[in-house]
Design a protein around this ligand. Sequence first.
Ligand code: TYD
Length: 219
Amino acid sequence: MTGVEPASGSVTGRGLFITLEGGDGSGKTTQAELLHEWLAGEGRTVVRTREPGGTAVGIEVREIVLHHRGDIAPRAEALLYAADRAHHVATVVRPALARGEVVIQDRYIDSSVAYQGAGRVLDPEAVRGLSEWATEGLMPDLTILLDLDAVAARGRLDEARTRYDRLEAEASEFHDRVRSAYLGLAEAEPERFLVVDASQPVDEIAAKIRERVALLTGL
Ligand code: TYD
């Protein structure tokens, strides 16, 4: 791979689309920041964004999906995440990729497949199909999965927060299912995924991520 060309089969144009995935409390935000700093230091223009909530519309959707006080029907929840994603991809991600920039994004399609699918009510393939439609098939060049068992992740969240959103409050059995779903996705697409053991020190995780990203950027 030379320069900033995307991985083969990518539809991202000239830029590079990197997503971070993992359970709540797996350290995605810290790693996204470190990767951003490194790439910016190497002279790349980086857009850091997230789902849900990477746009003004998305912030409103995020408020509903994460903080609505009653139940939300599973299909409605899946559609809300997909709606956020459709708007985000069309107005933020694709334009940045078209400008040749690096997009570092906290959560994407794999979050929907793992979380909405792990509720067991929805077929993961149907959830994926919805997101594929929403994004017109835009897939990341690289997805970094920060893998951490549910007990360790909960320990970190307890240290950091006093209030949980709707999904963080789910039982640990749910989070175990999310983790297995993620690992299954990574196994099915080893070329797109980098799986990192998120119980390692922050610097070691960052180094592994940089090593893989360097292969894609030629840095
Ligand atoms: P957020 O506060 O962004 O947490 P985190 O730091 O863990 O990313 O919360 C996002 C929550 O939304 C998280 O619990 C996972 C969930 N989610 C889905 O269920 N489906 C999705 O498609 C996305 C993008 C997120």
